[in-house]
Design a protein around this ligand. Sequence first.
Ligand code: ADP
Ligand code: MG
Length: 483
Amino acid sequence: MTKSHKTVWNECLVIIKDILGKDPKQEKAFKTWFEPIVPVGLDDSTLTIQVPSQFYYEYIEEHYIDIIRKVIRTQLGPQGRLQYSIVMDQNISGRPFTISQPSTGSHDTQNKPKSIDININPDNDRVLPNPFIIPGIQKVKIQSQLNATYTLDNFVEGSCNRLARAAGFAVADKPGSTSFNPLLLHGGVGLGKTHLANAIGLKTKENHPDMTVLYVTSEQFLQQYAEAGKSKTINDFIHFYEMVDVLIIDDIQFWANKAPRTQEAFFHIFNYLHQKNKQIIITSDKSPADLQGLEPRLLSRLKWGLSADLQVPDVETRMAILRQKLANDGIEMPHEVIEYIAYNVNTNVRELEGALVSLIAQSSLNKKQITLDLAKQMIDKFVKSTTREITIDVIQKVVCDYFNLPIDSIQSHTRKREIVQARQLTMYFAKKMTKSSLAIIGLQCGNKDHATVLHACKTIANLVESDKQVQHWVDDIEKRFKD
Ligand code: ADP
Ligand code: MG
């Protein structure tokens, strides 16, 4: 008699739990990494399990693949295979990004999330992740991926954002039929681009419940495109985006100087949507004039509509933002404290909020009243310690500078020892210092897959322990990040 997938997985769990043992840490690991897994199918000797995100899959691969391999073999014999089915990465609002009818072309695969085949037999060639499958022409319901907390109502108005905000209202009222198409929102980090773009999406849905609104980061878009390329489903990918009524692409500067084919795909999608009077909203941390490294014809399209900038809010607006946050959280704070924060944190709204949150945390942890003195101590520390954000680009630059290599050498396919080393170090630091997934790191470091990145990270981590030279490099490079 054949067992069901549930039985098989339950038996696997029992063994895994046993292998991990009774140590509280391991018990916790079991709870975190194994309990949320849902068995979804068993086909010959392939067991399919659903994991909540790409990150889960990577984590399990990194830490538990040996155990899983053993267990699957015990349960399903030497031919046993495991297939991961991944609910698309969580978006900011915590809802999974799902498209309700991903389809491989045959009709019996509806409602299957992205699946990744893992060949657990190490003697065979590794089966590479099978990308996110995007539906064909069926009518699909697309989750908008909007963050419900970023509304227009709580986007405080000031002279720094008046035009952008007004344009947002207009677009949400008549998406696609104003001259603000595309609407390009630009401004430095932490000035509210993501918030405003989201808010416009939410308002649009409120005004036009039938419209399909989709928010994606340009990083997500790039990754999906790369995956579609590997699985030869580019047409499906493009089709998918062409079904959208309001497309929001966040942080388009991310494509600069890379991803020419992603940009080309977007160019086609853009043209299609624009021609059909669909709304396009784009954010960028650079103004169109400074957006070098984007395809010129795409750049020229971006200038067709309205480009509105977000500036650093003046002190009045900063106070209004603080007051609103406090009111939202139901917290009271003396006026002088609010003023002190608003005057002293003048870089951007994200840091302003960060300072406020730290102060509140400080006061509640130590059960101290929020006074001007406490604020002064805190804010001075806060202002000093806020460091610039480290991105994979920054890491590449620092590592290449350190070894006197041209920055594009990381992208090249050469096997030259010094470049391989630089690339591995870049991957190692990217894993350590950014929140990017292994897949994204690989993509940005010469289009490698996540397994290569994982291998690089392990190699460097081992060398740091055993090789004085490498240890010295890592220390030196780390120092440069702190400068
Ligand atoms: P960006 O995308 O430009 O880097 P975000 O949209 O992520 O910036 O904004 C950073 C933080 O500041 C968010 O928490 C956002 O809600 C808040 N914020 C920015 N501008 C405003 C504003 N005008 N009113 C209220 N909150 C704001
Ligand atoms: Mg943003």
